[in-house]
Design a protein around this ligand. Structure first.
Ligand SMILES: Cc1cc2nc3c(=O)[nH]c(=O)nc-3n(C[C@H](O)[C@H](O)[C@H](O)COP(=O)(O)O)c2cc1C
Length: 372
């Protein structure tokens, strides 16, 4: 039984725990001769790295990625490229404080994976949550960097669109703002208001949830497959596999249920770039599990951090009631650092969909308008 791998033709698997010596992953199936350096991946990891503002955990992990296999310098060009072999990526863990977790060795944090891991395995690495720690998501971000190189025509961007109960004003959406505030928020006004809100949450020793939107532009029509390999199903699976994610929406998502047929179905007119022009994108760029050529739009909701400073009721391994107050350095809103993780998972799903589309349809993909 192995549940540490994801994907089909573009496949990656992670290993390592939060308080072990390192974390790593193997990316399998990456096509050869794609230029790839550590610097290509590091920028994405820097976005996820902790300790960058007072609004994220103060753990100091530099998250320097090393590529240990699957690349070499092509002597003809002098450029380091993928060889087609498995790409090994590692990141050393440098800032662990296992003693912070001594008290929860035998106690179960409400909302965390402590009880369920014990119930399943009978043993659990309590230091930093072990395998349930979102430290693992650093490797997804690294693998996502490789995936982006497989689909260079696709731009994947993520943004925080809701913090706790506070939503952005979508009329203010400006992608340029995402890099201008500590929340990856596309609405400058909302980001300003969130500062005071999250300061309050943090100082109260509490936490809050968030909603993240990920948009992929440049996906041509035809990626994904019907039924069990629906592109939307694979995106949902990818997002749901991220720690603390409790819901996923594609396009209008849950809100689609309240629309009329006229309002929901995206009308089409002839375009002028070899594809029909859609008059709206309620579908989130996917119909029948296959990309339409419109931006692929998906959102996920992240629950509030469960390790909080407030005292909560729980039980211990031995069957006693306990009062628990989690020490350690935790994010007051894990949704912030989940933004680059969501982007990475979207890129991974799309790279995999692209390779499978190419394998099945190859150069024979029909061009619209189709022959009579
Ligand atoms: C980027 C990121 C950082 C996280 N950091 C923390 C943390 O500091 N403390 C915590 O209790 N949970 C944190 N989590 C959430 C836990 O890893 C997660 O709740 C736990 O593994 C239980 O799994 P589940 O919430 O998916 O059921 C984080 C999640 C993400 C995505």
């Amino acid at each position: 039984m192995s549940h540490n791998t994801f994907g089909h033709l573009f496949r990656f698997g992670t290993f390592g725990e939060s308080h072990g010596p390192l974390i790593g992953c193997m990316v399998d199936g990456c096509p050869p001769r794609i230029p790839l350096t550590e610097a290509d991946l590091q920028g994405f990891l820097d976005k996820r790295r902790p300790g960058q503002s007072r609004f994220t955990t103060q753990r100091q992990e530099p998250d320097q990625v090393r590529i240990v296999s699957g690349v070499m310098v092509d002597e003809r060009t002098g450029v380091q490229v993928t060889t087609g072999a498995s790409i090994g990526l590692i990141i050393e863990n440098v800032d662990q404080r296992s003693k912070d977790y001594g008290e929860i060795r035998n106690q179960y944090r409400p909302g965390h994976a402590d009880f369920t891991y014990d119930a399943k395995y009978g043993i659990r690495d309590y230091r930093g949550g072990g395998r349930s720690s979102a430290r693992e998501t650093a490797m997804r971000v690294a693998a996502g960097g490789v995936a982006r190189k497989v689909i260079p025509g696709v731009t994947v961007r993520g943004a925080l669109v809701q913090m706790g109960p506070h939503k952005i004003n979508r009329a203010n959406w400006d992608w340029a703002q995402v890099d201008e505030n500590p929340f990856f928020c596309p609405d400058a006004e909302a980001a300003q208001a969130w500062e005071a809100y999250l300061d309050g949450v943090r100082k109260a020793g509490s936490s809050c949830g968030a909603v993240i939107e990920v948009v992929a532009e440049g996906v041509p029509p035809g990626w994904g497959a019907p039924l069990y390999a629906k592109l939307d199903a694979e995106i949902a699976s990818a997002f749901m596999s991220i720690n603390a994610v409790k819901a996923v929406e594609i396009g209008d998502g849950m809100a689609a249920a309240a629309l009329s047929g006229e309002d929901n179905a995206d009308q089409m007119r002839t375009g002028n770039a070899g594809q029909p022009h859609f008059l709206s994108n309620h579908a989130g760029g996917i119909l029948g599990g296959v990309s339409t050529g419109q931006p692929v739009v998906a959102r996920f909701a992240v629950k509030p951090t469960s390790s909080i400073l407030t005292t909560r009721q729980s039980v211990d391994r031995f069957g006693a009631d306990v009062e628990i107050r989690t020490k350690g350095r935790h994010d007051p809103c894990v949704g912030i650092r989940a933004v680059p993780v969501g982007e990475a998972m979207m890129a991974i799903v799309l790279a995999d969909a692209y390779l499978r589309h190419r394998a099945q349809v190859g150069d024979g993909a029909p061009q619209w308008p189709f022959a009579r």
